[in-house]
Design a protein around this ligand. Structure first.
Ligand code: CMP
Length: 147
């Protein structure tokens, strides 16, 4: 079974195509990580709410949905033996400003703006990855992941 994770480059990044190109190239140069699928998506509020279902009711939910529907997103299915944890390590944790102190090299420290506009998403487990990849890329990717 091949391990996949879902990476999202959030709307603030897509405002700058040069930045997207830099990040894609950094991913391509990372040993143990391959871009299996790539798609640009533009979510409706309904799609964003379904994706972030586990955060319904949190104080930042509305803000999060506003942000994630403010423009297109780049979705990547990343494949590799440790894809889920490797991508989360590369991103760093949620808060970019804290990351600039504790983990200045991570992607969120370098590109993230605020707690909400933190520029990246990564699935938190293989189970979440399967659900999220299906939501973004459809049923077909499930077969690829099981191949
Ligand atoms: P992530 O941690 O990937 O998933 C939940 C998202 O909600 C998070 O990225 C941010 O985009 C947003 N978020 C998390 N915490 C906060 C917060 N304290 N304030 C505003 N937005 C947040």
């Amino acid at each position: 079974r091949r391990l996949h994770t879902l990476a999202l480059l959030k709307p603030d990044l897509l405002a700058n195509p040069q930045t997207v190109a830099e990040i894609i190239s950094e991913i391509q140069r990372t040993p143990g990580l391959q871009i299996a699928r790539r798609a640009q998506v533009f979510w409706t509020r309904e799609e964003a709410e379904r994706f972030y279902d586990e955060h319904r009711g949190r104080f930042f939910f509305r803000r999060l949905v506003d942000y994630m529907t403010s423009g297109p997103i780049e979705a990547l299915a990343l494949r590799g033996p440790t894809a889920v944890t490797l991508w989360r390590q590369m991103m760093g944790s949620t808060h970019p400003v804290r990351m600039r102190v504790t983990n200045a090299g991570c992607l969120r420290a370098r590109y993230g703006l605020t707690d909400t506009r933190n520029s990246f998403h990564g699935s938190d487990s293989p189970q979440s990855a399967a659900r999220e990849l299906r939501l973004v890329f459809g049923e077909q990717i499930t077969r690829e992941m099981e191949a």
